[in-house]
Design a protein around this ligand. Structure first.
Ligand code: HEM
Length: 553
C-alpha cells in the first residue's frame, strides 16, 4: 500500500517539478545541460524505488543511442543526472581536467546518516576534509609498508576459506561460496580496521552486522527522494535505518575505545596497528581555519565505509572470477598449472604490474585439514601420487601473469559497479563538460561497465578470455589507473579513484590462487553456472555460485 502512495505522490510531484525545472535550468542562463528525455522525470522515482529490479543500464544505453555519449536523465525529481558514456570523454573529464569534476553531489538522507554528515572519504566534498581523510587512509592503513602487517590475518582468512569449502562439500555435497568469501574478506578488513588483537567473537559480530547492512542499505536510497515525505511513507524502513546506525555505534565504539586505551597505555612506544589507530590522532580541518579530532561517531562512519563497499566489491570480484573458472575448466587447469609451477620454483619471471612484495610465511596445515575433512583427493581418484608443491605464498603472486590476467578479465567482464560513484563539478559556477555547462548540484555519472565492453578496444567483448592481458593481447599494457587512456576503469579514474586498488588486487589474487590450488572445481551436474546478474549494493550473481570441489593433491 505504501508503495502505491509513493508512486502516486512521486509522479504528481515530478511532473510538476519537471515542467518547473526544465524552464528554470534554461531560464537561469548559466546552465546548459546535455540533452536528454525530460519526460523520464516522471518515472525517475519509480526507477529509484525499483532500483534493484529495473535494469538502469538498459535505460542508459537507449539514451546513449538517442543523444550521444553525454546526456541527461532525470532519475531524481529534484536533480537531473548527467551521464558520460564514452571512454575518451571520461578520460578528459576525470583525468585531464584533474579536479574539475572531483566533487560529490549533495548527499541524500541515508548517506548523511551513515557518513556522519559527509565525514567519510566517499561522500566528502572535494576539499580539505576529503584530502585529510584520503591521505590518512592511503598514507597509513593502505600504505604499501603497512600491508605486510596484515599478512597473518590474510593467512587465517585463506585457510579458514579452504576449511569452510571442504566442510561444506563434505556436509552438503555442494559448495556455495558467497558466505565463505564474505567471512574471509571481512576477517581481513575487520583486522585492518580494528587491529590484529580482535577475538573471533568480535570479528563474527562485525561480519554479521555489516552483512546485514550490505543487504538493506540499497533500500535506504528511497530517502534520496523528498525525504520529508518518504520518511512518512516508509516509516518502518526509516526506523530500521536509524536502528542500523545505532547498532553500528553500539558495536564499533567499544572497539574504537579499546584502540584509544591501548594508545594511551603505550604512550611514546605506541605503534599504529590498524585504521582506527590512524584516525585517533588525526586532526581534521574546520571551516574557520582551526582543526579538531574526529568524534567517535565520525570514526564509526569511517569504519562503516571501510567495512561495506570494499568488502562487497572484493567478494563480488572473487565470486565472478570463480564462476568463470568453474564454467571454463580449460582456464582453471591452465591457471592451476601456473600456480603449481611458480610454487614449485619453476617460474622466475616477474609480471609487469607489481603487487606489494610480501614476506609472509606459507599457509600452513591446509592440506592436513582438507584430508581430515574426509574428502577424497583428486590424485587418489586418478590413482597417481599428485604433485602439489604446497600452499600459495604471497610472494609468489607477482610471478603469476595468468592469475593476474584471470582477475583482470573478471574485473572487465563483471565490474562490481556499473557506474562509478556520482561525481560533481567542483567550481562555484559549475564546470564545462564537452560544450555543456554542468552546475555544482548535478550528479555526473560514468558508465564504467559499458566502457569495458567497447568492441573497438576489446574484440569479442562478451567472451571471457584472460589471454587479452598476456603479452600480445589488447590489454597487455593496460594502465588500470586510466592515467594514459581509459580502456576499462573498474576502480574509477582520476582524483577520486579507488584508494584500495592494490590491497584489493592482493586479496583477490591470493584468495583465487588459494581456492584453485586447493581444489578442482566443477559445475554441479545439471546446473550450469548462471551468469545472470542483479543489482544490490554492487552487481552480484543473481543465483550465487554453486559448485562441486575435489581437493587437489
Ligand atoms: C575489488 C575491489 C574494489 C573495487 C572494484 C572498488 C571500486 C571503487 C570505485 C569504482 C570507486 C569510485 C571511484 C570514483 O568515484 O571515481 C571506489 C571508491 C572508493 N573505494 Fe574502492 N573498490 C574496491 C575495494 C576497495 C577497498 C579494499 C578499499 C579500502 C580498504 C576501498 C576504498 C574506497 C574509497 C575510500 C573510495 C572513495 C574514494 C574517494 O571518494 O576519494 N575500495 N572504489
Amino acid at each position: 500500500m505504501e508503495d502505491w502512495l509513493y508512486y502516486f505522490f512521486s509522479i504528481t510531484l515530478c511532473l510538476t517539478l519537471s515542467l518547473l525545472l526544465s524552464s528554470l535550468w534554461r531560464a537561469g542562463g548559466k546552465t546548459f545541460l546535455p540533452p536528454g528525455p525530460t519526460s523520464l522525470t516522471a518515472f525517475g522515482p519509480l526507477l529509484l524505488l525499483a532500483w534493484t529490479s529495473v535494469n538502469i543500464e538498459s535505460v542508459v544505453r537507449v539514451a546513449r543511442s538517442w543523444y550521444g555519449p553525454v546526456f541527461t536523465l532525470y532519475l531524481l525529481p529534484s536533480f537531473p543526472v548527467v551521464f558520460v558514456a564514452d571512454r575518451a570523454v571520461a578520460h578528459r573529464v576525470l583525468v585531464q581536467r584533474g579536479s574539475a569534476f572531483a566533487d560529490r553531489p549533495p548527499a541524500n538522507l541515508a548517506t548523511r546518516i551513515f557518513s556522519s554528515d559527509q565525514h567519510n572519504i566517499t561522500s566528502a566534498g572535494y576539499g580539505p576534509l576529503w584530502r585529510t581523510l584520503r591521505r590518512n587512509l592511503t598514507g597509513k592503513a593502505l600504505h604499501p609498508s603497512s600491508i605486510p602487517r596484515y599478512a597473518a590475518a590474510r593467512r587465517r582468512a585463506a585457510s579458514g576459506l579452504v576449511d569452510g569449502i571442504a566442510q561444506k562439500m563434505r556436509d552438503e555435497g555442494v559448495v556455495v561460496i558467497e558466505g565463505l568469501l564474505h567471512e574471509a574478506v571481512f576477517h581481513v578488513l575487520t583486522c585492518m580496521c580494528f587491529g590484529q588483537g580482535l577475538d573471533d567473537g568480535a570479528i563474527a559480530a562485525v561480519t554479521e552486522l555489516q552483512r546485514e547492512f550490505l543487504k538493506v542499505v540499497v533500500g535506504f536510497q528511497v530517502f534520496g527522494s523528498s525525504p520529508k515525505v518518504t520518511k512518512l511513507l516508509f516509516w518502518r524502513r526509516y526506523q530500521r535505518m536509524l536502528s542500523m546506525r545505532r547498532r553500528q555505534e553500539e558495536l564499533f565504539i567499544p572497539l574504537i575505545r579499546a584502540c584509544r586505551a591501548r594508545r594511551d597505555a603505550e604512550g611514546e612506544s605506541f605503534a599504529m596497528d590498524c585504521y582506527v589507530d590512524s584516525l585517533l590522532g588525526l586532526r581534521i580541518p574546520e571551516e574557520d581555519g582551526s582543526s579538531r579530532n574526529l568524534t567517535d561517531g565520525e570514526i564509526v562512519a569511517l569504519c562503516t565505509e571501510f567495512l561495506s563497499g570494499p568488502v562487497d566489491s572484493t567478494v563480488n570480484v572473487l565470486q565472478w572470477a570463480m564462476a568463470n573458472l568453474v564454467a571454463r575448466p580449460e582456464i582453471q587447469v591452465k591457471l592451476r598449472a601456473e600456480i603449481r609451477n611458480v610454487a614449485a620454483g619453476q617460474v622466475h619471471s616477474r609480471s609487469k604490474r607489481p603487487y606489494p612484495v610480501l614476506r609472509a610465511p606459507a599457509l600452513c596445515g591446509v592440506w592436513g585439514r582438507v584430508s581430515a575433512a574426509g574428502l577424497t583427493p583428486a590424485c587418489a581418484m586418478r590413482g597417481d601420487r599428485g604433485s602439489n608443491p604446497g600452499p600459495v605464498r604471497e610472494e609468489h603472486l607477482p610471478r603469476m601473469p595468468y592469475l593476474r590476467a584471470v582477475v583482470l578479465e573478471s574485473l572487465r567482464r563483471h565490474p562490481p559497479a556499473r557506474f562509478i560513484l556520482p561525481h560533481a563539478a567542483a567550481g562555484e559556477d559549475g564546470e564545462k563538460l564537452d560544450g555543456f555547462i554542468v552546475p555544482r548540484e548535478v550528479s555526473v555519472n560514468f558508465t564504467l561497465g559499458d566502457m569495458a565492453m567497447d568492441g573497438a578496444v576489446w574484440p569479442e567483448p562478451e567472451r571471457f578470455r584472460p589471454e587479452r592481458f598476456l603479452p600480445g593481447g589488447e590489454g597487455e599494457d593496460l594502465d588500470l589507473t586510466g592515467g594514459r587512456e581509459i580502456k576499462m576503469m573498474p576502480f574509477g579514474a582520476g582524483r577520486r579513484m579507488c584508494p584500495g586498488i592494490d590491497v584489493s588486487l592482493l586479496h583477490v589474487n591470493l584468495l583465487v590462487a588459494t581456492m584453485v590450488s586447493s581444489f578442482e572445481w566443477s559445475e554441479v551436474p545439471g546446473e550450469p553456472v548462471d551468469f545472470t546478474d542483479t543489482l544490490e549494493l554492487t552487481m552480484v550473481m543473481k543465483r550465487p555460485l554453486r559448485a562441486k570441489v575435489v581437493p587437489c593433491c
